[in-house]
Design a protein around this ligand. Structure first.
Ligand code: C2E
Ligand code: CA
Ligand code: CA
Length: 677
């Protein structure tokens, strides 16, 4: 039962009896129910102080209505203090606002238990004649501020805490030393020579460990005159957390939460330095997922993201405690394996990587497996700084990809030399293009039955100023990797259009085939440029055949297919080159606008064993109404066999190798030519 109802019922309890004795006091006294923020008892003098007409009027007031958060916290703190120690008592200068008019007095307050067991506050007011305005305001400020202010003796015992400080500490007895979470903080204060020290340090608080911005000032205690510490503190935990988060974000990848490239370039270098100083070695393992782009393109970026997250967690599961996985971006990951006793450790980890990534993962109700290509560099053997090591691991990874993907390679000087020579080859090729060192040769295409020339394939040659004639097999790949192929391809195409036109003008109407690199299809303007060249040279589109490889069709790239269709619509014919060596997915023979299949040389060269394949290709071509050309025919026996299979055309050294324009023109004048349809 509350004190209020008790008074109405008459004096039954000790509390009621005690309060009844207080009624006669001249000093204002009242009981404040902290939980309900209401006065629940008061004597007549207090009614006067609060300017209330009756006790009911006072008790009906909601004191919580305009109570600030700091005051509310402070009251709860007192309630807790009273519960712990029923004898404790505080004196503060309070300014009350009965009906909005400020009224200042000294208030002594202590705990009092209500009949229902809850802890309330018993208040006795003592109005003084006058208060110094400044003292009054500073006392109020100290009570209300959220800055935590504590006065400690020189030995660190607490002398005074303002309410903000009191409500933040676990125990009122906490010493300065106990307050700091690190013993180093107290040492810093004690050893400082200045009178005021400012620092940000972790402290113990009721809410666990917090970061406080602390100002500690040496001063004298106004009561004893002895040396003391005045400590003011502000909680900066949130700021600190934001700062840490920002730091984390700068060095981590948000998708996988793994360290990112920034982290690698700084933290990895420190680690390498530490290992090297200790005489230890380690490895960088560069991982690139094969065909990740296809997954992104076919299943969408969300599925791609899920896959990367899964791969990240699998990679983490295979490394040792001391190793680190980072994501360099895209589908590239980097492992730092250190310290390392033998290469065996790296190989074990690499094997584990290949095992865990090979396990299918379910994406959009499909089981997807990825394979990684892995490159490894070792320190100190392959370098001492992170940039070199990263470059070397990257190079080794590319080598692994070149050798057919899903493989791994260690960096070696040999690899590096190969790259060096490729780079210098690319530089030479750029010069060669400018100096017109490339010439287009033509190899005749011949009718298997009649030996009449039916066409010519344009094959580029490099007339190197010192090395002589260089084979395209060595420089075409370098042209592709450097991007020069676009330009070179156009040179060959122009030569071919001119040759076709000139031969037709002499009455030899035959078709000229030009090889197009898959990389030329990534040029947006391919179609327009080819058409422009035909127009500029006054050539014949229907006299030109474009040879593409199966990889062009298997790229599943919409824009490539669009270009192919556009070229066919303009009148170009399209042939599949090197047929049988790729995926030989028969479905596309039907799907794409093809006119001709060129059977790869390797089948003709091993005709005995490849016979069923060649027969199959020939009959399939008939089915789809495609022309068939056998490449690389070198012997009469091969030609006889092709005749028996009903293959239409062939190319090969048996008839003629690729020769220059003039030689080909001479050949046409002395040989039968079958006019192209
Ligand atoms: P490809 O398109 O398969 O060209 C046929 C290759 O087989 C040519 O080699 C040709 O000289 C060779 N060859 C022809 N008959 C025989 C034979 O009876 N026996 C043997 N052993 N070989 C024969 P080449 O000229 O060295 O060209 C190699 C490759 O370089 C070509 O293979 C083609 O992929 C590429 N290439 C050549 N010129 C160009 C071009 O202008 N553009 C593009 N993108 N690639 C080209
Ligand atoms: Ca070809
Ligand atoms: Ca070929």
């Amino acid at each position: 039962m509350s004190a209020r109802s008790r008074q109405a019922d008459g004096p039954h309890t000790a509390l009621a009896a005690r309060l009844r004795d207080m009624t006669r006091l001249r000093r204002p006294v009242w009981v404040f129910d902290i939980d309900r923020a209401q006065v629940c008892w008061g004597n007549p003098a207090c009614l006067e102080l609060w300017q209330a007409s009756t006790l009911d009027d006072l008790m009906s007031r909601d004191m919580g209505a305009d109570m600030t958060e700091t005051v509310a916290n402070r009251l709860r703190q007192y309630q807790a203090d009273f519960s712990r120690d029923e004898q404790c008592q505080f004196t503060e200068v309070w300014t009350l606002y009965p009906n909005g008019v400020p009224c200042t007095m000294d208030v002594v307050f202590s705990g009092i238990r209500l009949d229902d067991g809850r802890m309330a506050m018993f208040c006795e007011a003592d109005a003084r004649e006058a208060y110094d305005a400044d003292a009054l305001r500073s006392a109020e400020a100290l009570l209300h501020t959220s800055v935590m202010i504590t006065l400690f003796t020189a030995n660190g015992l607490p002398l005074y805490r303002n309410p903000a400080a009191r409500s933040s500490v676990e125990s009122a007895d906490e010493t300065l030393g106990e307050h700091f979470a690190n013993s180093a903080t107290l040492q810093r204060l004690e050893q400082a020579s200045e009178d005021e020290i400012n620092l940000i340090a972790p402290v113990h608080s009721k809410r666990g460990q917090c970061w406080h911005d602390i100002t500690a000032r040496r001063c004298l205690d106004a009561v004893t005159g002895e040396h003391a510490w005045l400590i003011s503190e502000v909680d900066v935990s949130r700021l600190k957390a934001t700062e840490e988060r920002a730091q984390f974000l700068a060095e981590h990848d948000t998708l996988t939460n793994l360290p990112n490239r920034n982290h690698v370039s700084t933290a990895f270098q420190h680690r390498i330095d530490r290992h090297l100083a200790a005489g230890e070695s380690g490895a960088l393992v560069f991982i690139d997922l094969d065909h990740f782009k296809d997954i992104n393109d076919t299943l969408g970026h969300d599925a791609g993201d899920l896959l990367l997250i899964e791969v990240a967690s699998r990679l983490k599961s295979v490394i040792r405690e001391c190793d680190t996985v980072a994501r360099l971006g895209g589908d590239e990951f980097l492992l730092m394996i250190s310290p390392l006793s033998t290469r065996i450790t790296v190989l074990e980890i690499v094997n584990r990587i290949r095992r865990v990534t090979a396990k299918p993962m379910e994406l959009q109700e499909r089981d997807i497996a990825v394979t990684p290509s892995i490159g490894i560099s070792l320190f100190p053997e392959n370098g001492r700084n992170i940039n070199d090591l990263l470059r070397h691991a990257d190079l080794a990874m590319y080598h692994a990809k070149d050798t057919g993907r899903n493989d791994f390679a260690f960096f070696s000087q040999h690899l590096s030399d190969a790259v060096e020579s490729r780079i210098s080859l690319e530089a030479e090729l750029t010069v060669a293009l400018g100096d017109e060192q490339f010439v287009t040769h033509f190899q005749p295409r011949v009718d298997v039955q009649t030996n009449a020339i039916t066409g010519a394939e344009a094959l580029v040659r490099w007339q190197h100023p010192t090395k002589g004639m260089v084979s395209p097999a060595t420089f075409i790949p370098a042209c592709e990797s450097s991007g020069l192929i676009a330009q070179l391809g156009k040179v060959v195409f122009r030569d071919s259009v001119r040759a076709q036109r000139d031969w037709a003008a002499k009455g030899h109407v035959l078709r000229v085939s030009v090889n197009l690199s898959p990389l030329q299809f990534s040029e947006d303007s391919l179609v327009e440029e080819l058409v422009d060249i035909v127009r500029e040279e006054d050539g014949n589109i229907d006299g030109i055949e474009l040879e593409i490889t199966e990889s062009v069709l298997l790229g599943h790239d919409e824009s490539t297919i669009d270009k192919l269709n556009a070229l066919v619509a303009l009148g170009f014919r399209v042939a599949i080159d090197d047929f049988g060596t790729g995926y030989s997915n028969l479905a596309y023979l039907n799907r794409y606008p093809l006119r001709c299949l060129k059977i790869d040389r390797s089948f003709i060269q091993s005709l005995d064993s490849a016979r069923p394949i060649v027969e199959l290709i020939v009959s399939m071509a008939k089915l789809f109404e495609l022309d068939v050309v056998a490449e690389g025919v070198e012997t009469q026996a091969q030609l006889e066999a092709l005749r028996a299979y009903n293959c239409q055309e062939y190319q090969g050294f048996l008839f003629e190798k690729a020769i220059d324009f003039d030689a080909f023109t001479a050949l046409l004048s002395r040989h039968e030519v079958k006019r192209c349809a």
